[in-house]
Write a protein that binds this ligand. Structure first.
Ligand code: CA
Length: 173
């Protein structure tokens, strides 16, 4: 059996959250939900989901801020789910790094089609990208950046030299 895909839903409107949950459960997704941006960011950093469904109007944080923060540590596809239908909002969300935008109200098939498309694109780009991420740790080999939960970690030569010796290679250190 193939491994379940994990979806994170960040949405404060309970009925919409429940609707998306039921659609994804039907497709055998593992679902994690968050009703605030802070909670959502910590779930994303700790669970490394395959897809993120994000409402823009959250009680503690604007969805745009969340997109920017998420993009600092992962390329996981983000589909914005919002009642804001203006073109500028969509453009701004996509410019911030969202992969797609779906306007409320929407139906089951539209939601699943958008998710499938976003996952297809992400699998395609994953094969050529050089980023490793898990549990909030991101190593970008191409950009030579390491971050943990969105915070960049600086490794300087002086730091590296002060690391303890490996037991099997004492002479080199
Ligand atoms: Ca909302």
């Amino acid at each position: 059996m193939s491994q379940k895909l994990t979806a994170v839903i960040i949405e404060d409107e309970k009925n919409i959250c429940r609707f998306m949950e039921s659609v994804l459960a039907e497709e055998s997704y593992k679902i994690l939900t968050a009703s605030t941006g802070t909670e959502g960011l910590s779930v994303i950093a700790s669970q490394c989901p395959d897809i993120i469904l994000l409402d823009l109007g959250l009680p503690d944080m604007d969805g745009m801020t969340i997109i920017q923060k998420v993009r600092q540590f992962t390329h996981t596809p983000i589909i914005v789910v919002s009642a804001r239908a203006q073109e500028e909002e969509k453009v701004a969300a996509l410019d911030c790094g969202a992969n797609d935008y779906i306007t409320k109200p929407f139906g089951t098939s539209e939601l699943m089609t958008r998710i499938r498309t976003a996952l297809r694109h992400s699998h395609r780009s994953k094969s050529s990208d050089s980023v490793y991420s898990c549990d909030g740790l991101v190593i970008d080999f191409e950009k030579r950046l390491i971050s943990l939960n969105g915070e960049e970690i600086h490794l300087r030569r002086s730091n590296i030299n002060s690391y303890p010796c490996w037991p099997d290679r004492p002479a080199k250190c």
